[in-house]
Design a protein around this ligand. Structure first.
Ligand code: HEM
Length: 427
């Protein structure tokens, strides 16, 4: 999941005309909206839970209510994912996210067992070990950059471990990921600059080459890792081809790293800002599963996903024309009072939490069990060791739109100084 994917492949810069929401979807993809999306989600919902407005690629439809989003997910033949192909510099459709059923279902059947809860459980210990190693590396520092020193390396190191790749490859791995996911930030150029697309394409070629070499290595031996499982997976007697394996690995790199980093960043920013809620997390480590679900709901790291209509239709009373892009604002539905009791309240004791943070329907997040494990272990182990922390005073966090992530998150560790009046900390 990347900003381009979440937003549907558009460049996201520039006003494309006067849609229902003063300037359309482009106006929703800003740092200010990403920092505090709730008021904008509510404003959109007042205009109707489905409405037409200018998208990033022409006239579009925006859904912000649960019923409409469920309908989009229910009819993947009508609301297709296939047209996203190529938005990340890839030369073939990414598996499974750029396929519609029935191909998509065939691939999911093959890959799902590798990411099933029982299969993922064995990674709990290695994940906890990595969390502690990263915290150990802070040494005696009282100030860290949470994004650079924790939330970025953690999912990448976990992924290298899962795939059975050497940890020395971490810098390469991060460079390849950033070259695909945020090429404009890497180059310091506007998203629509021709060099940005060229850089993304060159990085894509490197990614194919990197995984090609790794897969060559698996011909001789099959260590007990995720790649070996994929190599040996079979459906109806058929194994994945080399190209299919590459198209899966490419997607893992773009879908499985930034989303977890973004979740950690937005969750920890919330907990840093709300010491009384943080005290609950510290006091009740066994409630961590509920904490993670509630933070996934209220923070919704992936703001939206999109589809393309394959025929003229109607959604929640709103006309949709063939070929138009349809945006599903997951974050808005997760905060909608019509569907979630006391939606605005953050409650770690909810017994029912049917949030859409992982999407829904056939494309519902393949890595949700792994993501949950990473988030639960990370938050639990962190708070056992570091119950007190705060955003460095005077910092304005720059949350990127699409996937709500931070490049930099200056954090002070330890209790606030006694004279600091902001310490209404109940811990
Ligand atoms: C908290 C972290 C995560 C969040 C919030 C998240 C969110 C999502 C969402 C919203 C979708 C649906 C996309 C759509 O409908 O177009 C999705 C799909 C997907 N996610 Fe995740 N994700 C997370 C972590 C992961 C991880 C760790 C992996 C590991 C590989 C992963 C792999 C995938 C894949 C492969 C798909 C495509 C599934 C398909 O098309 O059938 N995700 N994710």
């Amino acid at each position: 999941m990347t900003e381009a994917r979440a937003a549907g492949g558009g460049s996201g810069d520039g006003d494309q005309g006067d849609g229902g929401y003063g300037g359309g979807v482009a106006r929703l993809m800003t740092v200010d909206v990403a920092r505090n999306p709730k008021p904008v989600y509510q404003e959109l919902q007042h205009g109707g839970r489905v409405q037409r407005m200018d998208g990033l690629n022409g006239p579009a439809v925006v859904a912000t209510g649960r019923a409409a989003i469920d309908e989009i997910f229910k009819y993947p033949d009508l609301y297709s994912s296939a047209a996203h192909f190529g938005s990340l510099g890839n030369v073939r459709p990414l598996i499974p996210i750029e396929y519609d059923p029935p191909e998509q279902r065939k691939y999911r059947k093959l890959i799902n067992p590798v990411f099933a809860p029982q299969a993922i459980e064995r990674w709990r210990e290695p994940v906890a070990r990595l969390v502690h190693e990263l915290i150990d590396a802070f040494g005696d520092s009282t100030e860290i950059d949470f994004a650079r020193q924790f939330s970025t390396p953690l999912p990448s190191q976990i992924f290298l471990t899962l795939l059975g790749l050497p940890l020395e490859d971490l810098p390469t791995f991060l460079r390849l990921k950033d070259g695909i996911v945020r090429p404009s930030v890497v180059l310091g150029l506007p998203p629509n600059h021709p060099d940005v697309k060229a850089h993304q394409k060159a990085t894509a070629r490197e990614i194919y080459d990197y995984f090609d070499r790794v897969l060559d290595g698996r011909a001789a031996e099959r260590p007990d890792d995720l790649l070996s499982h994929l190599l040996d997976a079979e459906v109806e007697g058929a194994k994945l081809t080399r190209e299919e394996l590459l198209d899966i690995c490419f997607l893992f790199l773009t879908a499985g790293l930034d989303t977890v980093s973004a979740s950690l960043e937005t969750f920890m920013a919330y907990l840093a800002d709300h010491p009384e809620r943080r005290a609950e997390v510290v006091a009740a480590p066994d409630n961590i599963d509920n904490v993670v679900e509630e933070l996934l709901r209220v923070e919704s790291p992936v703001m939206l996903v999109s589809r393309f209509a394959t025929a003229d239709t109607e959604l929640g009373g709103c006309p949709v024309h063939e070929g138009e892009q349809v945006y599903a604002f997951l974050g808005a539905a997760n905060l909608d009072d019509q569907d979630v009791p006391d939606a605005a309240e953050v409650r770690f004791d909810r017994t029912v939490n049917r949030h859409l943070a992982f999407g829904g329907g056939v494309h519902r997040c393949l890595g949700s069990h792994l993501a949950r494990l990473e988030l639960r272990v990370a938050l639990r182990e962190w708070h056992a060791r570091i119950p007190h922390y705060q955003i460095r005073p005077g910092t304005r966090l720059n949350i990127s739109p699409g996937v709500r992530s931070l490049d930099s998150f200056p954090m002070l560790l330890g209790p606030p100084p006694a004279q600091d009046n902001t310490s209404k900390d109940a811990e």
